[in-house]
Ligand binder design. Structure first.
Ligand code: FES
Ligand code: FES
Length: 156
């Protein structure tokens, strides 16, 4: 059988799979794993809608092969169910930070990485938030509501 065996963690669960060498991580997550919260837009690394976390760092899943993920710890929006994820979800809802929602999973992945980044001096700093959110394109919100949501998700 052609293909590659991978063992990884997805949203805290151990997963072993046999994948085609050219299968992208985005298609693996959405198709094989049924995790449709990760969206695919441009498929060329520009829009950021496919962004997930791999070992805590953001990753364009459309540009990454599933076969490269052996040993990785992947978190998708479906797995953002810890206190930090709850805070972020509540902040997005209260600040109307999602309209069509296409970019939201990617935005939340970027926001989680940002909020967990101990090298950031001030997580409420608007310029710092905007600089990080540049990684994901939103065609609906004008970004202000998303910036407000990230600020609101900073723990007291
Ligand atoms: S779908 Fe991956 S960056 Fe656009
Ligand atoms: S909410 Fe529609 S693209 Fe961001």
């Amino acid at each position: 059988m052609t293909g590659v065996s991978v063992s990884l963690r997805i949203n805290g669960a151990a997963v072993t799979a046999h994948v085609a060498p050219d299968l992208t991580l985005a298609d693996f997550l959405r198709g094989d794993q049924g995790l449709k919260g990760t969206h695919i837009g441009c498929e060329e690394g520009v829009c950021g809608s496919c962004t997930v976390l791999a070992d805590g760092e953001t990753l364009r899943s459309c540009l990454t092969l599933a076969a490269q993920m052996d040993g990785a710890d992947i978190a998708t929006v479906e797995g953002f169910d810890d206190p930090a994820g709850d805070r972020l979800r509540k902040a997005f809802a209260e600040n109307f930070a999602a309209q069509c929602g296409f970019c939201t999973a990617g935005m939340m992945a970027v926001a989680r990485e940002f909020l967990a980044d101990a090298t950031v001096a001030d997580h409420r700093n608007e310029a710092a938030i905007r600089s990080r959110l540049n990684a994901v394109v939103c065609r609906c919100t004008g970004y202000q509501a998303i910036v407000a949501a990230v600020r609101a998700a900073v723990p007291e």
